[in-house]
Design a protein around this ligand. Structure first.
Ligand SMILES: [Zn+2]
Length: 166
């Protein structure tokens, strides 16, 4: 949603500037009839004014829409709870899974941005490269994981958690 705010602000500003310029043009046409030199000057002014109006409207609309985003009312209380379940650590295999929780329009939860890390190499979990641990002599390096299977596993896990949250 955040990325659309800028686009909405610019689009609305563009429409606003367009209508304002249309009004000015109508006035300028009359001026052009009377004095062509004055007409040229005014036409140039309109272009500069349009840009200024466009920029000002963009900023104003952006500032007006921004607080709506910060309210974060987008997710329900139950959805917010589920969104906190965003990782799982398996010390035995040395695998750490991190993901984001999103919801289909039907309300069904699903895992997005799934990332797999190896925790066998000090304090910093090593992010998998091409579905395996990047450290050559690591047990998690030898066999690549089945990402589709893992994704499905955590999707299923979320559905189960969703059923248990009240
Ligand atoms: Zn490793």
């Amino acid at each position: 949603m955040k990325k659309y705010i800028g686009i909405i602000a610019i689009t609305l500003s563009g429409v606003g500037a367009y209508f304002l310029e249309m009004n000015w043009r109508q006035e300028i046409d009359l001026e052009l009839l009377q004095d062509s030199q004055l007409g040229i000057v005014l036409t140039r002014q309109v272009s500069v004014l349009s840009i200024i109006v466009f920029a000002l409207l963009s900023v104003i609309i952006y500032l007006l829409l921004r607080p709506l985003l910060q309210m974060e009312t987008f997710y329900s209380r139950k959805q917010k709870k589920l969104r906190k379940i965003d990782h799982s650590n398996d010390p035995k295999s040395g695998l750490l899974y991190r993901w984001k929780v999103d919801f289909e329009w039907t309300g069904k939860p699903l895992v997005t941005d799934l990332e797999i890390f190896c925790t066998k190499h000090g304090n910093t979990p090593q992010k998998f490269v091409e579905n395996r641990c990047p450290v050559p002599d690591c047990i998690n390096h030898h066999q690549a994981v089945n990402r589709k299977f893992i994704h499905n596993h955590w999707d299923s896990y979320l559905v189960r958690q969703w059923e248990q949250i009240h």
